[in-house]
Design a protein around this ligand. Structure first.
Ligand code: HEC
Ligand code: HEC
Ligand code: HEC
Length: 177
C-alpha cells in the first residue's frame, strides 16, 4: 500500500511538473520573430537599438521550426545555412564525437537516443562531462524526466537554449519492439 501511494505521488508530481512546463510556453512565441523593440529584453528607447540586426532579417531564411525560437538549428548547421566560428583562441582543440547513447529507462514512452554528433558540433565535452553526465552509458544518477523538467540534466539546455521539452519525440525517438 505504501509503495502504491509512493508511485501515485511520483506520477502526480511528474504530471504537475509537465503541466507547469507546458503552461510556461510563451504565447508570443506563436507569432513570428518579434522585433527587438517588442521582445521585452531590449530597451525600445535606447538609440543604439537601430544598429542591431532584427531577428526577422537574421532568422527568417533559416530552416524553420514550429517551436522555440523557430529555427531548426541542427538542420541550419547541416545545410551550412550557418557556419559559426568554432573557436576564438587558435590553439583550442575542436573534438566532435559520432556516438549515440541509448537511454532506456522511459517507462511506457519510446526510449531516448542521445546523439553526441549533433551536440559536439555546438558544445565541448566539458560542457556536459562529468558534472552533468557520466562517461559511461546508463550510470548517471537522477537522470529522469522529473529532474529534466526541473531544469536539470538535458533540461539545463532544452527549454532554455535548445529545443523545448514539449517536443517529446525528438528525444524519445526509439520505439520499443
Ligand atoms: C531533451 C530530451 C527529452 C525530452 C524533450 C523529453 N524527455 Fe522524457 N526523458 C528524457 C530522458 C533523458 C529520460 C531518462 C531516460 C533514462 O534515464 O534512461 C526521460 C524519461 C522519461 C520518462 C520515464 C519516467 C521518468 O520519470 O523518467 C517519461 C514517462 C518521459 N520521459 C516522458 C516525456 C514526455 C511525455 C515528454 C514530452 C512532454 C518528454 N518526456 C520529453 C529526455 C527527454
Ligand atoms: C550535451 C551533453 C554532452 C556532451 C557535450 C558530450 N557528452 Fe558524452 N555523454 C552525454 C550523455 C547524456 C551520456 C550518457 C550518460 C548516461 O547514460 O549516464 C554520455 C556518455 C558518454 C560516454 C559513454 C558512452 C558509453 O557507451 O558508455 C562517453 C565515452 C562520452 N560520453 C564521451 C564524450 C566525449 C569524448 C565528448 C566530447 C567530444 C562528449 N562525450 C560530449 C552527454 C554529452
Ligand atoms: C549543454 C547543453 C545541452 C544539454 C545538457 C543537452 N542538449 Fe540536446 N541539444 C543541445 C543543443 C545546443 C542542440 C542543437 C540545437 C537544437 O536542436 O535546439 C541539441 C540538440 C539535441 C537533439 C536534436 C538532434 C537533431 O538531430 O535534431 C536531441 C535529440 C537532443 N539534443 C537530445 C538531448 C538529450 C536526450 C539530452 C539529455 C540526455 C540533451 N540533449 C542534453 C544542447 C544540449
Amino acid at each position: 500500500m505504501h509503495a502504491l501511494t509512493h508511485y501515485w505521488r511520483i506520477g502526480m508530481q511528474l504530471a504537475a511538473a509537465m503541466m507547469l512546463a507546458l503552461s510556461c510556453l510563451n504565447p508570443l512565441a506563436a507569432a513570428d520573430h518579434l522585433p527587438l523593440a517588442k521582445d521585452g529584453l531590449h530597451d525600445p528607447n535606447n538609440p543604439g537599438i537601430k544598429y542591431l540586426q532584427e531577428p526577422e532579417e537574421a532568422l527568417s531564411n533559416l530552416p524553420p521550426d514550429e517551436v522555440g525560437n523557430r529555427v531548426r538549428w541542427v538542420k541550419a548547421l547541416e545545410q551550412r545555412a550557418i557556419t559559426p566560428r568554432t573557436n576564438i583562441l587558435q590553439n583550442t582543440r575542436i573534438y566532435t564525437l559520432n556516438l549515440d547513447v541509448l537511454l532506456p529507462y522511459t517507462g511506457e514512452m519510446p526510449m531516448v537516443l542521445f546523439p553526441h554528433k549533433q551536440h559536439t558540433e555546438w558544445l565541448d565535452c566539458t560542457n556536459c562531462h562529468e558534472h552533468l553526465f557520466k562517461y559511461k552509458a546508463n550510470t548517471t544518477k537522477g537522470l529522469n524526466m522529473f529532474n529534466v523538467l526541473q531544469g536539470e540534466f538535458c533540461g539545463r539546455c532544452h527549454g532554455a537554449v535548445a529545443f523545448p521539452l514539449t517536443e517529446c519525440r525528438r528525444c524519445h525517438s526509439v520505439e520499443r519492439k
